[in-house]
Design a protein around this ligand. Structure first.
Ligand code: UDP
Ligand code: MG
Length: 315
């Protein structure tokens, strides 16, 4: 009998939780009636200030498929997902939001993709940004443009955290124990074959979103810094540009001394020296940046490779 672990990060979800619970139970019983499956529901209470924890305690008491992990304070959704994955025992794991924005009714379809062996993971990708402010959509799209240019890790625009994965992929994700987590990047970094199911944007059933423009902006920077060291190269380019400008000024200066005699010699000398020294300084900072980038990547302690299969997998 195969076990499916359902992981639900919850932060102040007292209003959505009962609705979510009914829906996930409905979907899971339907799946159990078709296949030999069992379920565990792992709710991660991320330091909620409302009645979320009380609701989870009750649910766990009444239903032995329900488990929960409760944090001492709010650590953020990334930490909650990690805790859920760590606690999960399933052959398959699915992560989804408590607000029904990730409709549980899609789980059977996701399961069938992964079960078939053709894919290791199924995820949803929203193709519309309906109900989202235009400006926010614009910046979101820009973010994907930028990160996909400067990072080796490609991130699919609109891919959501709603993921159905097999154990192997979960273990790969757990092996990336970096503190600054950016799941959209991690899911993609570990590789494996992912089926994207295209969905329309769904509004949350109850409660309010924990995101605002400022938080999203910070999160996008988080993503860029976690998956690219390109920002550390900026000063090298700036420095080289300054040095080049200093060189051009030097030529103008020589021309002035020998040909033009405009009387601007002193100013030109000063400018050229200034540009050269600051340029050299920036280049040196950039070199430091390169070593820092390497150290940064080492410190993350990411696995050097992730194995998908070997000869024993076939036996
Ligand atoms: N969440 C969490 N910790 C947080 C913020 C959010 O565990 O600090 C959970 C939240 O309860 C929900 C999911 O993460 O289940 C997505 O949050 P939200 O709906 O606010 O984000 P949005 O769907 O608007 O991107
Ligand atoms: Mg939501």
């Amino acid at each position: 009998m195969e076990l499916i672990s359902v992981i639900v990060p919850c932060y102040n979800e007292e209003e959505s939780l009962p609705l979510f619970y009914d829906e996930i139970k409905r979907v899971s019983s339907e799946m159990k009636s078709k296949d030999e499956l069992s379920f565990e529901f792992i709710f991660v209470n991320d330091g909620s200030r409302d009645k979320t924890l009380g609701i989870l305690r009750d649910m766990a008491k009444k239903d032995n498929e329900v488990r929960y992990v409760s944090f001492s304070r709010n650590f953020g959704k990334e930490a909650a997902m990690y805790a859920g994955l760590e606690a999960s025992k399933g052959d398959y794991v699915v992560i989804l939001d408590a607000d029904l924005q990730h409709p549980p009714r899609l789980i059977p379809e996701m399961y069938s993709y992964v079960k078939s062996g053709e894919y290791d993971c199924a995820a949803t990708r929203r193709i519309s940004r309906k109900g989202e402010p235009k400006l926010l959509s614009f910046f979101s799209n820009k973010f994907y443009d930028v990160i996909n240019k400067i990072s080796q890790t490609q991130i699919v625009n609109g891919a959501q955290d709603f993921r159905f994965m097999k154990r192997q992929m979960v273990d790969a994700i757990l092996s990336m124990s970096e503190y600054n987590r950016f799941s959209k990047g991690i899911f993609s970094w570990v590789g494996f074959r992912t089926k994207f199911i295209e969905v329309e944007n769904t509004e949350r059933v109850a409660g309010t979103t924990k995101w605002n423009f400022f938080k999203l902006f910070r999160y996008s920077l988080e993503g860029i810094f976690a998956f690219s060291t390109a920002p550390l190269e900026i000063s090298v380019f700036l420095g080289l540009f300054f040095c080049f400008a200093a060189f051009v000024l030097l030529i103008i200066l020589l021309l002035d001394i020998f040909l033009w005699h405009t009387g601007w010699t002193q100013t030109l000398t000063l400018l050229s020296v200034l540009l050269f020294t600051s340029g050299a300084g920036l280049v040196c900072t950039g070199i430091l940046g390169q070593y820092l980038a390497k150290t940064y990547l080492e410190v993350k302690g990411r696995p050097i490779y992730i194995k998908a299969e070997d000869e024993t997998s076939q036996r």
